[in-house]
Design a protein around this ligand. Structure first.
Ligand code: HEM
Length: 428
């Protein structure tokens, strides 16, 4: 391979190292360098599989929309080491995935499974949830008021609000939420000693795979109860749609129903929490934006989109090529693995003016935080609706807002965002 295809070693490490996303600058700077100098480069790091890093907005879209040429199911959909891959294949009898959710499927299965719940998630079909969500939003704003002008917005509000919403949607009772919260954090925070099961630093836990399997087993055990219940007595919730779903005229298997709950419970929660916290962080960093929002609440949808772009909670998904493909003068070979760098696409100077700035008036805001193509986020309308409702309840009452300490980002190269956000505020 010509040398100019290879990404410099320190830059490639910054792409995969969970810590590089926690300091706020290392991953961001690595991506800025790549976009300018090597927009499609190959990472060849010792002890790792080689993989392409796709950093440009246009290229991420080009790959994401060609689902027959770039598969999700053939190799791990998130980055893993050769040892991690081998362990998973050993545990599963050859599959590179511990769960089989929509994210790990390709056609012909993917569209069939997606169709089961697709219409449930359409804007017109989630609208009836609006009042229930508004009630949860009001409870959270009241909780902020009761905290007397200071809180850790990430931990006290942004973490529990989307959790409550998604659990309501799935039909999980409030008393089981702490368990769901812990499991979700352990799953996505696997590299973060403050969140994971063992308390070990990234790369230092020899039992990481066994922990992951135990976490998934816990999820499965919990949702088996829900499946059995909804089969016996279906209700209007999403759990009933999943439990009683049919594929090719046969009932969906327990394993696949369980995988479905896991993706909704996990994907629907941490991502939205991070974006919600990011909105408040952005407004603290840019007080003139807060003033504009107070003066003109019609900017709330812009705040929602901009915070999702600015945080980009999903840091990557992987694809693998099914055939040779030419892009930017390079040849991606059949079987090659590709890292779709969403945070990089969302800071692409060719698409966004002053991309590091937080600007709620960006219009259009063509961010790709929800992915693109056949796997485009199923929950995007729900995520945006719940964030909009929270801001509709909070912003009119919020008289002042500022940081009261150092924000902290999660140590995560898959899903992450602000996990500590100390703020000071006045609420009417
Ligand atoms: C700001 C919040 C969110 C972000 C940034 C986000 C991001 C993403 C991304 C990037 C994908 C693409 C996966 C791929 O290409 O392989 C995705 C897929 C998905 N998301 Fe979201 N998501 C969010 C909220 C939600 C919510 C609230 C739910 C459910 C209630 C949800 C459920 C899903 C599901 C089921 C998929 C799989 C779709 C498929 O593979 O066909 N997400 N999401």
């Amino acid at each position: 391979m010509p040398a100019n295809e290879t990404i410099p070693e320190s830059t490639a490490w910054a792409v995969i190292d969970p810590k590089a996303y926690a300091d706020g600058v290392s991953a961001r700077d690595a991506f800025a360098w790549l976009r300018a100098n090597l927009p499609l480069g190959k990472a060849e790091l010792e002890g790792n599989f080689p993989f392409w890093v796709v950093t440009k907005h246009a290229d991420i879209l080009e790959i994401s929309r060609q689902n027959d040429l770039f598969h999700s199911g053939d190799r791990s959909t998130t980055f893993t080491t050769p040892e991690g891959d081998e362990t998973v294949r050993r545990m599963t009898g050859g599959s590179p995935h511990l769960v089989r959710t929509l994210v790990q499927m390709d056609a012909p299965d993917h569209p069939k499974y997606r169709l089961l719940t697709q219409s449930w998630f359409l804007p017109q079909n989630i609208r009836p949830l609006e009042e229930r969500i508004r009630k949860i939003a009001r409870e959270h704003v009241d909780r902020m008021a009761a905290m007397g002008g200071e809180c850790d917005f990430a931990r006290d509000i942004a973490l529990t609000y989307p959790l409550r919403v998604i659990m309501e949607v799935l039909g999980v009772p409030p008393e089981d939420e702490p368990r769901m919260l812990r499991l979700t954090q352990e799953l996505f925070g696997a590299a973060d000693p403050e969140l994971n099961r063992s308390g070990a630093a990234a790369g230092d836990n020899p039992d990481a795979m066994a922990d992951l399997q135990a976490i998934i087993a816990d999820f499965f055990m919990y949702f088996k109860k829900i499946t059995d219940d909804r089969k016996a007595a279906p209700r209007g919730d999403l759990a009933s749609v999943i439990a009683n779903g049919q594929i090719d005229g046969a009932p969906i298997s327990d394993f696949e129903a369980m995988s479905y709950y896991v993706i909704v419970a996990t994907a629907g929660h941490d991502t939205t929490s991070s974006s919600t916290a990011g909105a408040i962080w952005g407004l603290c960093e840019a007080p003139e934006q807060f003033a504009k929002l107070k003066a003109d609440p019609s900017l709330i949808p812009g705040l929602v989109d901009e915070s999702i772009r600015w945080v980009t909670p999903v840091k990557h998904f992987m694809r693998s090529a099914t055939a040779d493909y030419e892009m930017r003068g390079r040849t991606i070979r059949a079987g090659d693995w590709l890292w779709l760098a969403y945070p990089s696409g969302n800071r692409d100077e060719e698409v966004f003016d002053d991309p590091d700035a937080f600007r709620i008036e960006r219009n259009p805001n063509r961010h790709l935080a929800f992915g693109y193509g056949a796997h485009l986020c199923l929950g995007q309308h729900l995520a945006k609706m719940e964030m909009r409702i929270l801001w509709e309840e909070l912003v009119p009452r919020l008289q002042s807002l500022e940081l009261a300490g150092e924000p902290k980002l999660a140590v995560a190269s898959f899903v992450g965002g602000p996990k500590r956000l100390p703020i000071r505020y006045r609420l009417s």
